[in-house]
Design a protein around this ligand. Structure first.
Ligand code: CTP
Ligand code: ZN
Length: 155
C-alpha cells in the first residue's frame, strides 16, 4: 500500500543533548516557544509536535530543543499555560533529570492586568500580583479575572 513504509514512524525523533518539554496542553507548543524566546530565526535544533495522542492527556504538545536549559522564570511561565508539563534534560540520549512544573499560588510581576483602570497600569512603581483561583488568575488590586490567552498578557 502506498505510504506503508512510513506508517509506523516516530512522531519526533529522540535527541542527543537538550531539553524535552513533554505533556504540554494541546495547542500550546507555539506559546511555549514564545516563552523560551524562540520566535524567528534560531541557531538551535527545535522540533515541535502539536496535538499528538497521549494516553494520560488525550492530546498533548511536545517541544524538543537542542543544548538548552530553561530559567526558573521560563519554567514558571510554562506552568501557567501548561500545568501538566514535564521538563526532561537529555544528555547523550539519556533522560538525566525529569521535573514537573508547579503553578505558583501568587504570580508577581509576570502578567499584566488587562484592566486599564488598575493601579498597576497607572505608572506607579507597583508590581502586578495575581492569585490562581478556579475561575482564573485574579488581580489582587482590582479583582479582574484573566481566564484565557494568558500568553498575550505576559510582561
Ligand atoms: N526523549 C527524547 N530524546 C531522548 C530521550 C527522551 O526526545 N534521547 C523524549 C521522549 O520522547 C519523551 C521525553 O523525552 O517525550 C521523556 O522521555 P522518557 O522519560 O524516556 O519517557 P516517558 O517515560 O514516557 O516519560 P513520562 O513518564 O514523563 O511520560
Ligand atoms: Zn488589576
Amino acid at each position: 500500500m502506498k505510504g506503508e513504509k512510513y506508517r509506523q514512524g516516530l512522531v519526533i525523533s529522540t535527541i542527543k543533548d537538550g531539553t524535552v518539554i513533554d505533556h504540554i496542553t494541546g495547542g500550546e507548543a507555539l506559546n511555549v516557544l514564545r516563552i523560551i524566546g524562540i520566535t524567528g530565526t534560531t541557531q538551535e535544533m527545535v522540533s515541535i509536535a502539536t496535538n499528538v495522542k497521549s494516553t494520560v492527556m488525550g492530546k498533548k504538545d511536545v517541544v524538543k530543543i537542542g543544548n538548552r536549559e530553561l530559567s526558573r522564570e521560563q519554567v514558571d511561565r510554562i506552568a501557567l499555560i501548561a500545568p501538566r508539563a514535564t521538563i526532561n534534560i537529555v544528555r547523550d540520549y539519556d533522560v538525566v533529570e525529569k521535573k514537573g512544573v508547579s503553578v505558583p499560588d501568587t504570580i508577581i510581576g509576570i502578567v499584566r492586568c488587562p484592566n486599564p483602570c488598575c493601579i498597576t497600569n497607572a505608572g506607579e512603581p507597583i508590581q502586578t500580583r495575581f492569585v490562581m483561583e478556579p475561575r482564573g488568575l485574579v488581580c489582587s488590586y482590582c479583582d479582574w479575572v484573566l481566564s484565557c490567552d494568558i500568553t498575550s498578557h505576559f510582561l
